[in-house]
Design a protein around this ligand. Structure first.
Ligand code: ADP
Ligand code: MG
Length: 238
């Protein structure tokens, strides 16, 4: 469990400032969605939280500690991407266990954690299958499972559902929400989909070209948009 704090966070690539000063205090167990159109800086922001991208200025703190002061292996973060590349030659079990083996977690503990995650994700019948023998939704669940077994303090999601068809996307969205409630893990979730943001978020950060135009609970943002951009973006159909 962890708090996440962004302090006047900025990032430039060359002369272009793609993140122009973002501040937010994320509470322990909170689900925050970063929403905005393609190219507005969502992935860059998330990568800075993960410590994969260095801020030009400002800070990211997890439980008060600067993320860049913590060794990558010791960062208590798990990330789920859009292209959740699974190892094709490994079983579902081994895909989920892989990160724990690297961390030298004891075998019985690995088996227990994978079983628990598989149960949560309804993957128990598929543990010995290879990724190619699974549906898109099941593969997505394996990617989630890989994150869950690590018992991270923070989940970071970057458009994890955008490769799925519309129906599955809605179903997985509900599953992610239920899972996050159950696990209570502080989460930052990136999407360009307004409906997904409205459904998932405790609070949302509406991004407009590197600026957080508004940060608030979905219904407050919807009822009282801070800018023309927010009004247009949140009001328009997905
Ligand atoms: P989003 O995830 O919202 O689509 P990104 O964070 O990927 O947006 O990108 C924000 C802006 O930063 C875009 O204009 C993109 O072209 C630029 N950008 C992202 N990564 C790099 C990079 N490594 N080098 C230069 N420009 C980048
Ligand atoms: Mg992106």
């Amino acid at each position: 469990m962890a708090t996440v704090t962004l302090e006047n966070l900025k990032k430039s690539f060359g002369k272009t400032e793609v993140i122009q000063g973002i501040d937010i205090d994320i509470a322990d167990g909170e689900f925050v969605v970063i929403v905005g159109p393609s190219g507005c800086g969502k992935s860059t922001l998330l990568r800075m939280v993960a410590g994969l991208e260095t801020a030009t200025s400002g800070e990211v703190r997890i439980d008060g500690k600067r993320v860049n002061d913590v060794e990558p292996m010791d960062r208590d973060i798990a990330m789920v991407f859009q292209n959740y590349a699974l190892y094709p030659h490994m079983s579902v079990f081994d895909n989920m266990a892989y990160g724990l083996k690297i961390q030298k977690v004891a075998k019985p503990e690995i088996a227990e954690r994978v079983q628990t995650a598989a149960k949560l994700l309804q993957l128990e019948p598929y543990l010995q299958r290879k990724p190619r023998e699974l549906s898109g939704g099941q593969r997505q669940r394996v990617a989630m499972g890989r994150a869950i077994v690590r018992k991270p303090a923070v989940f970071l999601f970057d458009e994890p559902l955008s490769n799925l068809d519309a129906k599955l996307r809605v179903q997985m969205r509900l599953e992610i929400k239920a899972l996050q409630r159950e696990l209570g893990v502080t989460s930052l979730y990136v999407t360009h989909d307004q409906v997904e943001a409205m459904t998932l978020a405790d609070r949302m950060i509406v991004m407009n070209a590197g600026v957080a135009d508004q940060i608030g609970a979905p219904l407050d943002v919807y009822a009282d948009p801070a800018t023309e951009f927010v009004a247009g973006f949140i009001g328009s159909p997905p």
